[in-house]
Design a protein around this ligand. Structure first.
Ligand code: HEM
Length: 333
Protein backbone atom coordinates (compact mmCIF):
# COMPACT_ATOMS: atom_id res chain seq x y z
CA UNK A 1 0.00 0.00 0.00
CA UNK A 2 2.87 2.34 0.99
CA UNK A 3 4.65 1.58 -2.25
CA UNK A 4 1.46 2.35 -4.19
CA UNK A 5 1.28 5.78 -2.45
CA UNK A 6 4.93 6.46 -3.37
CA UNK A 7 4.16 5.54 -6.99
CA UNK A 8 1.22 8.02 -7.11
CA UNK A 9 3.41 10.83 -5.64
CA UNK A 10 6.14 10.09 -8.19
CA UNK A 11 3.65 10.10 -11.06
CA UNK A 12 2.11 13.43 -9.96
CA UNK A 13 5.58 14.93 -9.58
CA UNK A 14 6.53 13.86 -13.09
CA UNK A 15 3.32 15.37 -14.53
CA UNK A 16 3.95 18.68 -12.75
CA UNK A 17 7.49 18.81 -14.18
CA UNK A 18 6.21 18.26 -17.73
CA UNK A 19 3.58 21.01 -17.26
CA UNK A 20 6.16 23.51 -16.04
CA UNK A 21 8.33 22.88 -19.12
CA UNK A 22 5.42 23.13 -21.60
CA UNK A 23 3.91 26.25 -19.99
CA UNK A 24 7.19 28.16 -19.84
CA UNK A 25 6.64 31.66 -21.31
CA UNK A 26 7.52 31.92 -25.01
CA UNK A 27 9.66 34.98 -24.38
CA UNK A 28 11.84 32.92 -22.09
CA UNK A 29 12.68 30.65 -25.00
CA UNK A 30 15.26 31.92 -27.42
CA UNK A 31 13.70 31.83 -30.89
CA UNK A 32 16.07 31.65 -33.77
CA UNK A 33 14.19 33.22 -36.70
CA UNK A 34 16.46 31.66 -39.27
CA UNK A 35 16.13 28.14 -37.87
CA UNK A 36 14.96 25.61 -40.43
CA UNK A 37 11.76 24.89 -38.48
CA UNK A 38 10.12 27.66 -36.52
CA UNK A 39 6.43 28.29 -35.85
CA UNK A 40 4.92 31.56 -37.19
CA UNK A 41 2.93 32.04 -33.97
CA UNK A 42 6.09 31.69 -31.89
CA UNK A 43 7.83 34.35 -33.97
CA UNK A 44 4.88 36.72 -33.73
CA UNK A 45 4.82 36.44 -29.93
CA UNK A 46 8.51 37.10 -29.81
CA UNK A 47 8.88 40.01 -32.20
CA UNK A 48 5.40 41.05 -33.44
CA UNK A 49 6.91 40.90 -36.89
CA UNK A 50 8.71 38.31 -38.96
CA UNK A 51 11.88 39.75 -40.35
CA UNK A 52 15.03 38.24 -41.72
CA UNK A 53 18.02 39.06 -43.86
CA UNK A 54 17.97 39.18 -47.65
CA UNK A 55 20.85 39.35 -50.08
CA UNK A 56 19.08 41.52 -52.70
CA UNK A 57 19.61 45.33 -52.50
CA UNK A 58 16.02 46.12 -51.45
CA UNK A 59 16.13 45.33 -47.72
CA UNK A 60 12.35 45.93 -47.37
CA UNK A 61 11.72 42.49 -48.81
CA UNK A 62 13.24 41.06 -45.62
CA UNK A 63 10.01 41.87 -43.73
CA UNK A 64 7.73 38.88 -44.17
CA UNK A 65 4.99 39.84 -41.71
CA UNK A 66 4.25 42.85 -39.55
CA UNK A 67 1.19 44.07 -37.55
CA UNK A 68 0.13 46.56 -40.25
CA UNK A 69 0.34 43.82 -42.87
CA UNK A 70 -1.98 41.61 -40.85
CA UNK A 71 -4.51 44.46 -40.56
CA UNK A 72 -4.34 45.01 -44.31
CA UNK A 73 -4.80 41.27 -44.94
CA UNK A 74 -7.94 41.36 -42.76
CA UNK A 75 -9.23 44.30 -44.83
CA UNK A 76 -8.36 42.57 -48.12
CA UNK A 77 -9.89 39.19 -47.26
CA UNK A 78 -12.87 40.22 -45.13
CA UNK A 79 -13.86 43.92 -45.12
CA UNK A 80 -13.36 44.48 -48.87
CA UNK A 81 -15.46 41.43 -49.72
CA UNK A 82 -18.27 42.77 -47.54
CA UNK A 83 -18.11 46.27 -49.05
CA UNK A 84 -18.03 44.84 -52.59
CA UNK A 85 -20.73 42.25 -51.97
CA UNK A 86 -23.14 44.69 -50.32
CA UNK A 87 -22.56 47.42 -52.96
CA UNK A 88 -22.91 45.19 -56.03
CA UNK A 89 -25.58 42.73 -54.88
CA UNK A 90 -27.40 45.61 -53.13
CA UNK A 91 -27.47 47.66 -56.33
CA UNK A 92 -28.72 44.69 -58.37
CA UNK A 93 -31.48 44.01 -55.82
CA UNK A 94 -32.47 47.68 -55.76
CA UNK A 95 -32.76 47.78 -59.55
CA UNK A 96 -34.85 44.61 -59.67
CA UNK A 97 -37.25 46.10 -57.11
CA UNK A 98 -37.27 49.44 -58.98
CA UNK A 99 -37.97 47.75 -62.31
CA UNK A 100 -40.77 45.65 -60.85
CA UNK A 101 -42.45 48.67 -59.22
CA UNK A 102 -41.74 51.53 -61.66
CA UNK A 103 -41.12 49.61 -64.88
CA UNK A 104 -39.47 51.08 -67.97
CA UNK A 105 -39.61 54.87 -68.38
CA UNK A 106 -41.75 55.01 -71.52
CA UNK A 107 -41.63 57.47 -74.39
CA UNK A 108 -44.99 58.95 -73.41
CA UNK A 109 -45.60 61.14 -76.46
CA UNK A 110 -44.80 58.31 -78.89
CA UNK A 111 -42.30 58.50 -81.75
CA UNK A 112 -42.32 61.47 -84.10
CA UNK A 113 -40.43 59.63 -86.85
CA UNK A 114 -37.87 62.44 -86.98
CA UNK A 115 -34.53 62.27 -85.26
CA UNK A 116 -31.69 64.42 -84.04
CA UNK A 117 -28.00 63.59 -83.76
CA UNK A 118 -27.07 63.17 -80.12
CA UNK A 119 -23.58 61.69 -80.21
CA UNK A 120 -21.04 61.79 -83.03
CA UNK A 121 -19.19 58.73 -84.30
CA UNK A 122 -16.07 59.76 -82.35
CA UNK A 123 -18.01 60.22 -79.10
CA UNK A 124 -19.59 56.80 -79.49
CA UNK A 125 -16.25 55.18 -80.28
CA UNK A 126 -14.70 56.65 -77.10
CA UNK A 127 -17.73 55.62 -75.03
CA UNK A 128 -17.73 52.00 -76.23
CA UNK A 129 -13.96 51.63 -76.04
CA UNK A 130 -13.97 52.84 -72.43
CA UNK A 131 -17.06 50.78 -71.56
CA UNK A 132 -15.62 47.56 -73.05
CA UNK A 133 -12.34 48.05 -71.19
CA UNK A 134 -14.27 48.86 -67.99
CA UNK A 135 -16.34 45.66 -68.14
CA UNK A 136 -13.25 43.49 -68.69
CA UNK A 137 -11.31 45.37 -65.98
CA UNK A 138 -14.25 44.95 -63.60
CA UNK A 139 -14.64 41.19 -64.24
CA UNK A 140 -10.88 40.54 -64.05
CA UNK A 141 -10.53 42.74 -60.95
CA UNK A 142 -13.46 41.13 -59.17
CA UNK A 143 -11.83 37.78 -59.92
CA UNK A 144 -8.88 38.90 -57.77
CA UNK A 145 -11.23 39.84 -54.92
CA UNK A 146 -13.85 37.10 -55.11
CA UNK A 147 -12.38 34.42 -57.40
CA UNK A 148 -10.80 32.26 -54.70
CA UNK A 149 -13.85 31.86 -52.47
CA UNK A 150 -16.50 31.85 -55.24
CA UNK A 151 -15.07 30.57 -58.52
CA UNK A 152 -12.25 28.23 -57.47
CA UNK A 153 -14.56 25.72 -55.71
CA UNK A 154 -16.74 25.62 -58.85
CA UNK A 155 -14.13 25.15 -61.60
CA UNK A 156 -11.13 23.67 -59.77
CA UNK A 157 -7.50 24.70 -59.42
CA UNK A 158 -6.32 24.10 -62.95
CA UNK A 159 -9.05 26.03 -64.76
CA UNK A 160 -8.98 28.77 -62.12
CA UNK A 161 -5.26 29.38 -62.44
CA UNK A 162 -5.44 29.40 -66.26
CA UNK A 163 -8.39 31.84 -66.27
CA UNK A 164 -6.84 34.04 -63.56
CA UNK A 165 -3.61 34.35 -65.51
CA UNK A 166 -5.46 35.58 -68.63
CA UNK A 167 -7.65 37.83 -66.50
CA UNK A 168 -4.55 39.37 -64.95
CA UNK A 169 -3.01 40.04 -68.39
CA UNK A 170 -6.28 41.63 -69.50
CA UNK A 171 -6.39 43.76 -66.33
CA UNK A 172 -2.89 45.05 -66.88
CA UNK A 173 -3.02 45.74 -70.64
CA UNK A 174 -6.57 47.12 -70.93
CA UNK A 175 -5.75 49.67 -68.24
CA UNK A 176 -4.04 51.76 -70.94
CA UNK A 177 -6.96 52.21 -73.40
CA UNK A 178 -9.24 52.63 -70.36
CA UNK A 179 -7.12 55.51 -69.06
CA UNK A 180 -7.06 57.15 -72.51
CA UNK A 181 -10.85 56.74 -72.65
CA UNK A 182 -11.37 58.40 -69.27
CA UNK A 183 -9.17 61.35 -70.32
CA UNK A 184 -11.08 61.73 -73.61
CA UNK A 185 -14.45 61.51 -71.83
CA UNK A 186 -13.29 64.22 -69.43
CA UNK A 187 -12.28 66.54 -72.27
CA UNK A 188 -15.15 65.70 -74.63
CA UNK A 189 -18.08 66.24 -72.27
CA UNK A 190 -16.80 68.61 -69.57
CA UNK A 191 -18.66 71.59 -71.07
CA UNK A 192 -22.05 69.91 -70.68
CA UNK A 193 -21.40 68.53 -67.22
CA UNK A 194 -20.84 71.57 -65.04
CA UNK A 195 -23.63 71.52 -62.40
CA UNK A 196 -26.14 74.41 -62.59
CA UNK A 197 -29.52 75.55 -61.22
CA UNK A 198 -31.46 73.43 -63.72
CA UNK A 199 -29.97 70.32 -62.08
CA UNK A 200 -31.32 71.31 -58.65
CA UNK A 201 -34.84 71.60 -60.08
CA UNK A 202 -34.37 68.31 -61.98
CA UNK A 203 -33.40 66.48 -58.80
CA UNK A 204 -36.27 68.09 -56.82
CA UNK A 205 -38.73 66.79 -59.43
CA UNK A 206 -37.33 63.24 -59.24
CA UNK A 207 -35.74 63.48 -62.68
CA UNK A 208 -38.79 62.00 -64.38
CA UNK A 209 -37.50 58.61 -63.35
CA UNK A 210 -39.18 58.27 -59.97
CA UNK A 211 -42.54 59.72 -61.12
CA UNK A 212 -43.90 60.50 -64.61
CA UNK A 213 -42.71 64.11 -64.75
CA UNK A 214 -40.46 65.58 -67.49
CA UNK A 215 -38.25 68.19 -65.82
CA UNK A 216 -36.26 70.29 -68.33
CA UNK A 217 -32.58 69.51 -68.90
CA UNK A 218 -29.78 70.62 -71.19
CA UNK A 219 -27.63 68.06 -73.03
CA UNK A 220 -26.91 66.17 -69.80
CA UNK A 221 -29.33 66.00 -66.88
CA UNK A 222 -28.26 65.87 -63.21
CA UNK A 223 -28.28 62.04 -63.18
CA UNK A 224 -26.00 61.89 -66.21
CA UNK A 225 -23.73 64.54 -64.70
CA UNK A 226 -23.36 62.35 -61.60
CA UNK A 227 -22.35 59.42 -63.82
CA UNK A 228 -19.90 61.67 -65.69
CA UNK A 229 -18.17 62.77 -62.46
CA UNK A 230 -18.15 59.22 -61.07
CA UNK A 231 -16.38 58.12 -64.28
CA UNK A 232 -13.90 61.02 -64.27
CA UNK A 233 -13.07 60.97 -60.54
CA UNK A 234 -13.49 57.20 -60.03
CA UNK A 235 -11.61 56.45 -63.26
CA UNK A 236 -8.84 58.86 -62.27
CA UNK A 237 -8.49 57.26 -58.83
CA UNK A 238 -8.45 53.65 -60.06
CA UNK A 239 -5.94 54.58 -62.75
CA UNK A 240 -3.58 56.45 -60.40
CA UNK A 241 -3.68 53.74 -57.71
CA UNK A 242 -3.71 50.92 -60.30
CA UNK A 243 -0.45 52.09 -61.86
CA UNK A 244 1.03 52.37 -58.36
CA UNK A 245 0.15 48.70 -57.83
CA UNK A 246 1.40 47.75 -61.29
CA UNK A 247 4.79 49.39 -60.73
CA UNK A 248 5.33 48.67 -57.03
CA UNK A 249 7.43 50.85 -54.71
CA UNK A 250 8.13 53.64 -57.23
CA UNK A 251 5.95 55.90 -55.08
CA UNK A 252 5.90 55.16 -51.34
CA UNK A 253 6.81 52.11 -49.31
CA UNK A 254 4.75 49.20 -48.05
CA UNK A 255 2.25 51.60 -46.39
CA UNK A 256 1.80 53.42 -49.70
CA UNK A 257 1.19 50.12 -51.50
CA UNK A 258 -1.42 49.12 -48.94
CA UNK A 259 -3.15 52.49 -49.24
CA UNK A 260 -3.12 52.23 -53.05
CA UNK A 261 -4.70 48.77 -52.88
CA UNK A 262 -7.37 49.93 -50.41
CA UNK A 263 -8.33 52.99 -52.51
CA UNK A 264 -8.18 51.02 -55.78
CA UNK A 265 -10.36 48.17 -54.59
CA UNK A 266 -12.97 50.22 -52.68
CA UNK A 267 -13.37 52.79 -55.48
CA UNK A 268 -13.52 49.93 -58.01
CA UNK A 269 -16.36 48.02 -56.33
CA UNK A 270 -18.39 51.23 -55.80
CA UNK A 271 -17.64 52.17 -59.42
CA UNK A 272 -19.01 48.79 -60.58
CA UNK A 273 -22.21 49.33 -58.55
CA UNK A 274 -22.67 52.81 -60.10
CA UNK A 275 -22.07 51.51 -63.62
CA UNK A 276 -24.66 48.75 -63.13
CA UNK A 277 -27.21 51.55 -62.49
CA UNK A 278 -25.94 53.40 -65.59
CA UNK A 279 -26.27 50.28 -67.76
CA UNK A 280 -29.79 49.70 -66.39
CA UNK A 281 -31.05 53.18 -67.30
CA UNK A 282 -29.38 53.04 -70.71
CA UNK A 283 -31.04 49.72 -71.62
CA UNK A 284 -34.19 48.29 -70.00
CA UNK A 285 -34.73 51.30 -67.70
CA UNK A 286 -35.64 53.89 -70.34
CA UNK A 287 -37.25 53.51 -73.74
CA UNK A 288 -35.22 55.04 -76.58
CA UNK A 289 -32.11 55.74 -74.47
CA UNK A 290 -29.88 53.06 -76.04
CA UNK A 291 -30.27 54.59 -79.51
CA UNK A 292 -28.33 57.65 -78.37
CA UNK A 293 -25.16 55.55 -78.00
CA UNK A 294 -26.19 52.92 -80.56
CA UNK A 295 -27.00 54.74 -83.78
CA UNK A 296 -26.10 58.13 -82.31
CA UNK A 297 -29.53 59.59 -83.08
CA UNK A 298 -32.63 59.96 -80.91
CA UNK A 299 -36.26 60.62 -81.74
CA UNK A 300 -37.29 64.28 -81.48
CA UNK A 301 -40.01 63.39 -78.96
CA UNK A 302 -37.48 61.56 -76.80
CA UNK A 303 -35.25 64.65 -76.87
CA UNK A 304 -38.27 66.85 -76.02
CA UNK A 305 -39.27 64.67 -73.04
CA UNK A 306 -35.80 64.21 -71.54
CA UNK A 307 -33.63 67.09 -72.77
CA UNK A 308 -36.02 69.89 -73.74
CA UNK A 309 -33.52 72.75 -73.19
CA UNK A 310 -30.89 70.97 -75.29
CA UNK A 311 -33.44 70.41 -78.09
CA UNK A 312 -34.33 74.15 -78.00
CA UNK A 313 -30.63 75.01 -78.25
CA UNK A 314 -30.12 72.62 -81.16
CA UNK A 315 -33.27 73.76 -82.99
CA UNK A 316 -32.19 77.38 -82.56
CA UNK A 317 -28.85 76.53 -84.15
CA UNK A 318 -29.91 74.36 -87.08
CA UNK A 319 -33.65 75.09 -87.45
CA UNK A 320 -36.33 72.49 -86.77
CA UNK A 321 -36.53 71.43 -90.46
CA UNK A 322 -32.94 70.31 -90.45
CA UNK A 323 -33.68 67.13 -88.51
CA UNK A 324 -33.25 64.14 -90.77
CA UNK A 325 -35.82 61.29 -90.59
CA UNK A 326 -34.45 58.39 -88.63
CA UNK A 327 -34.13 55.19 -90.63
CA UNK A 328 -34.09 52.91 -87.61
CA UNK A 329 -37.41 54.40 -86.42
CA UNK A 330 -39.00 53.99 -89.81
CA UNK A 331 -37.85 50.35 -89.95
CA UNK A 332 -39.25 49.63 -86.51
CA UNK A 333 -42.70 51.01 -87.37
C1 HEM B 1 -5.98 52.31 -65.33
C2 HEM B 1 -6.77 51.42 -64.85
C3 HEM B 1 -6.39 50.31 -63.92
C4 HEM B 1 -5.15 49.82 -63.53
C5 HEM B 1 -3.79 50.32 -63.96
C6 HEM B 1 -5.38 48.73 -62.62
C7 HEM B 1 -4.40 47.96 -62.01
C8 HEM B 1 -4.61 47.01 -61.04
C9 HEM B 1 -3.59 46.23 -60.41
C10 HEM B 1 -2.10 46.31 -60.73
C11 HEM B 1 -4.18 45.42 -59.51
C12 HEM B 1 -3.51 44.42 -58.60
C13 HEM B 1 -3.51 43.11 -59.31
C14 HEM B 1 -2.89 42.02 -58.50
O1 HEM B 1 -3.02 41.99 -57.28
O2 HEM B 1 -2.29 41.16 -59.14
C15 HEM B 1 -5.60 45.67 -59.57
C16 HEM B 1 -6.57 45.04 -58.79
C17 HEM B 1 -7.93 45.28 -58.90
N1 HEM B 1 -8.55 46.12 -59.78
FE1 HEM B 1 -7.64 47.33 -61.11
N2 HEM B 1 -6.73 48.58 -62.45
C18 HEM B 1 -7.37 49.51 -63.24
C19 HEM B 1 -8.75 49.70 -63.38
C20 HEM B 1 -9.70 49.00 -62.70
C21 HEM B 1 -11.12 49.15 -62.89
C22 HEM B 1 -11.78 50.08 -63.87
C23 HEM B 1 -11.72 48.29 -62.03
C24 HEM B 1 -13.16 48.02 -61.79
C25 HEM B 1 -14.11 48.76 -62.15
C26 HEM B 1 -10.68 47.61 -61.28
C27 HEM B 1 -10.89 46.70 -60.29
C28 HEM B 1 -9.91 46.06 -59.57
C29 HEM B 1 -10.18 45.15 -58.49
C30 HEM B 1 -11.55 44.78 -57.93
C31 HEM B 1 -8.93 44.66 -58.06
C32 HEM B 1 -8.68 43.65 -56.97
C33 HEM B 1 -8.46 44.28 -55.63
C34 HEM B 1 -8.14 43.21 -54.64
O3 HEM B 1 -9.03 42.43 -54.31
O4 HEM B 1 -7.00 43.17 -54.17
N3 HEM B 1 -9.46 48.06 -61.72
N4 HEM B 1 -5.83 46.65 -60.52
Amino acid sequence: MASFGRFIRLALGACALVLVIVAAPASAQQVNPTASSVKEQQLLQELNRIQGRVSIPDQRSGVLEQPQGREWREFRNVTLRWIGGVAIVGMLALLVVFYLTRGMVRLESGRSGRSIVRFTMFERFVHWMTATCFIILAISGLNITFGRPLLLPLIGFEAFSEWSQWAKYAHSYLSFPFTIGVILIFLMWIAGNIPNKVDVAWIRRGGGIVGHDHPPAYRFNAGQKMIYWIVVIGGGLVAATGYQLMFPFYIGGIGGMQMAQIIHSVVAVLFVAAMIAHIYIGTIGMEGAFEAMGSGEVDLNWAREHHSLWLEEQSGRTGPNDQRPQQATAAAE
